[in-house]
Each structure stands twice: as structure tokens, then as C-alpha cells.
Write a protein that binds this ligand. Structure first.
Ligand code: GN1
Ligand code: MG
Length: 376
């Protein structure tokens, strides 16, 4: 079988309409492999091979995605919107190609597992949509905040428990367990050369655990969260309006502050996540204000006082966690993140640490800005 025969065979397992004319790769994709499926007489589709090394429970993940997207679709319909463009549509498998046992199980029709054990999934391609790799202007940051705020609002009454697709994803207590083990293992023999960087993590351990304790005790509520809120995960229409949020692989239950914090980490950075030139890296207050305004335009009345009090801190929390995750991967010998060169994870660690320092030095102003946005 040629690679294209193989892909065509995989596509044939799904309930598509029209005749498939072309299957071609789409986007950079660091974790999954993504293809666009073109048909004549039917719509276009997105085919994905999900990375089951990073996501050990793809059936659980697909069940989450299905439940969440169906919930969003109902909300869009109730609001008189266009459910085909404002919600993701999961394409199921053709029932005839499923075994009796699979037919009996609900999650079984949401993915196809090939002979090599790979998991394939399909969604409808949303036509006329635009994505941005980077938020370059406050106006776009505002729109991004609005997009994540809308996503959280649509899911605010979603009550079905979601599967935890990556254990302890933004749970710093769990990350510290991994961190302590990683230091003890010293797999790549790099620990002794990283005294300064390890100190950055250790000196902030307590304040980060104190924050997480509020989540554990319920003082900060748990909601449906996206967990990867960068701007490239939002689809816009040609007029610049938010259509919907995509890449729901990490959609789970956690604190909505994680989604806010991770967005601030990516939107406000004046440099690159892996900038070698640290003088370029800082947190832009203009971008912080714009994202916060956009986000709160959708969520202001629905957040608790404690959530509002910790919005600014959540940016430090997630950026700190990212410093820890990059450094831990460097200590482990670069096993999680794809790297382009040997020191890449260390460069990322230093660049994210510079961003964290920039947030720490502007923290009072961040807190003031959140208060101003609440009053507006
Ligand atoms: C990974 O590959 P991407 O960009 O979707 C990671 C995020 C990190 C990000 C850092 C499942 O996301 O948590 O913040 O890299 N996703 C996973 O660039 O680990
Ligand atoms: Mg992602």
C-alpha cells in the first residue's frame, strides 16, 4: 500500500460525504499529524493522527471533545448562530466498519485505530476561517480574550465529568513530584551545571503551592478548561469575529485561571518563547490590558471574587510552570518537547524565566489593571 492508499483507506472508515479527491498535510503540528481531506460533492474534513505517547487515553480524549463540542453546538443553536462554523463537528466512523463490541460502546465510533496502533480522528473543516500565529496588536489580543471568554461561558453549565487526558497537567503539586524525581534521576547528567536555574524553581516553590492549595480546597472553583489558549487555537471569520476555539485535546476540568494565565504567557511576550536574545523578552502591559478586557467582556459577572483576585497571579503561575517543564525536560535529556538543537530546552527555560521576571516586576500594575477592567 502506498502512503496515499493508506490515508485513503483510513479516510474510508469515517462517515464522510462526497468523493475524496485529495488528502494533504496541514499546518506545522508539533504533537499530532494533521491532514486536510478534499472531496467533490461534499465538504472538506480534517483528519488527525493523535499522538498517543503524549496522550495515553485517546478514547477518553475523544469522548471529552465530543461532549464539549456537542454542548457548544446546542449553545450556538440557542443563540441563533451557525452551528457548522461556530462549533467543531466530530465526524464519527461508519457503523458498518465497526465490530459488534465497538458498536455497543459510545466512544468507539469517535476514532479509528489502525493495525499499527495509531489513533485517527476526523472533524469537519470550518470554511472561510482565519487563524493567526501570533497576536501582534492589542485589538487582536482583545478578540482572543473574547474567544476564550466565550468558550468558558458556553461551557459554564457543563456538568459531565471529563476524563483527565494528561495527569496533573497544570497541577503544580504533581509537577513538583515529577520535578523531584527528575532531579534525583539526573538522567542526562546535567543537574550539577544547572544550580542557578534550579534555584529559580526552588525559590518560588512555596508561593506556587500556596496558590494551588486554593484550587485543591475549592476556594478557587474548578471549571471546564481548554489548557492551550494560544491565539492559533482560535478560528476567526474574515471580518475578524471569533468563530470558535479549536484543538480541544487538552480540554479537561481545572481552574479557568490556567487558561487566562497561559494566554497571557503567550500573547504578551514581546519576544519569542525560545528567544536567545533575552533583551527582546518582556511582558507587554498593553497586550495584558487588551486580553484582560476582551476576556472579562464575556466573563465579568460569572467569576468569583477569589478568581478575580488571582487573575494576575495566574500568569506568573503558568509561566513559572512552563519554566519548570522546559527545565525538567532538559534535565531528563529532552524526551517530551521536540527540540531543534541540543540546548533548545535550556534556551526556552531562560527565555520563559525572563518573561516571568518581567511579570513579577510589573505585578502591581497587572493587579491594578485587572481592577480597572472589572470596573469598566
Ligand atoms: C505544547 O505543542 P503545543 O504548542 O500545542 C504543550 C503546552 C506548552 C507548549 C509550549 C500537550 O503545546 O502545554 O505550553 O507546548 N502541550 C502539551 O510551547 O504538553
Ligand atoms: Mg496544543
Amino acid at each position: 500500500m502506498t502512503p496515499s492508499d493508506k490515508l485513503a483507506n483510513i479516510v474510508s472508515r469515517f462517515a464522510t460525504e462526497g468523493t475524496v479527491t485529495e488528502i494533504k498535510p496541514l499546518g506545522p503540528g508539533f504533537i499530532n499529524d494533521t491532514f486536510i481531506v478534499v472531496t467533490s460533492g461534499g465538504p472538506r474534513y480534517i483528519l488527525q493522527r493523535k499522538n498517543h505517547n503524549i496522550f495515553p487515553d485517546i478514547p477518553g480524549m475523544m469522548q471529552n471533545i465530543y461532549l464539549v463540542t456537542e454542548h457548544i453546538r446546542k449553545k450556538v443553536e440557542e443563540a441563533g448562530g451557525d452551528p457548522v462554523r461556530e462549533a467543531m463537528t466530530v465526524i464519527g466512523r461508519i457503523p458498518e466498519t465497526m465490530t459488534g463490541q465497538e458498536k455497543a460502546g459510545k466512544a468507539g465510533d469517535l476514532f479509528y485505530q489502525d493495525e499499527e496502533g495509531n489513533y485517527w480522528t476526523m472533524t469537519l473543516f470550518i470554511e472561510g476561517s482565519v487563524t493567526y500565529e501570533k497576536a501582534d496588536t492589542p485589538a487582536l489580543a482583545y478578540k482572543g480574550g473574547e474567544g476564550i471568554g466565550k468558550f468558558q461561558a458556553q461551557l459554564s453549565d457543563f456538568t459531565t465529568p471529563l476524563n483527565e487526558t494528561i495527569k496533573g497537567f497544570h497541577n503544580i503539586r504533581w509537577r513538583f513530584r515529577q520535578w523531584d524525581e527528575s532531579l534525583a534521576r539526573n538522567a542526562a547528567g546535567r543537574v550539577s551545571s544547572l544550580t542557578e536555574e534550579i534555584g529559580w524553581i526552588e525559590s518560588r516553590r512555596k508561593e506556587m503551592l500556596d496558590f494551588w492549595t486554593l484550587v485543591e480546597t475549592g476556594a478557587i472553583p474548578t471549571r471546564v478548561t481548554h489548557n492551550d489558549t494560544k491565539i492559533s487555537n482560535i478560528l476567526f471569520d474574515k471580518e475578524g469575529n471569533v468563530l470558535c476555539v479549536i484543538d480541544l485535546d487538552t480540554c479537561m476540568s481545572s481552574t479557568s485561571l490556567n487558561d487566562f494565565g497561559d494566554a497571557i504567557r503567550s500573547y504578551t511576550n514581546t519576544g519569542a518563547e525560545d528567544d536567545k536574545d533575552l533583551s527582546k523578552v518582556s511582558m507587554s502591559m498593553d497586550m495584558f490590558r487588551a486580553y484582560t478586557q476582551g476576556y472579562l467582556s464575556q466573563r465579568k459577572g460569572n467569576l468569583t471574587d477569589t478568581e478575580i483576585d488571582y487573575l494576575a497571579f495566574s500568569a506568573r503561575y503558568i509561566t513559572y510552570e512552563q519554566v519548570l517543564r522546559f527545565l525538567m525536560d532538559y534535565i531528563d535529556g529532552d524526551t517530551y518537547y521536540k527540540t531543534a538543537y541540543p540546548e533548545h530546552n535550556l534556551v526556552r527555560t531562560r527565555a520563559q524565566y525572563r518573561l516571568l521576571q518581567s511579570m513579577e516586576s510589573q505585578y502591581d500594575e497587572m493587579v491594578r489593571t485587572v481592577k480597572e477592567c472589572i470596573m469598566q
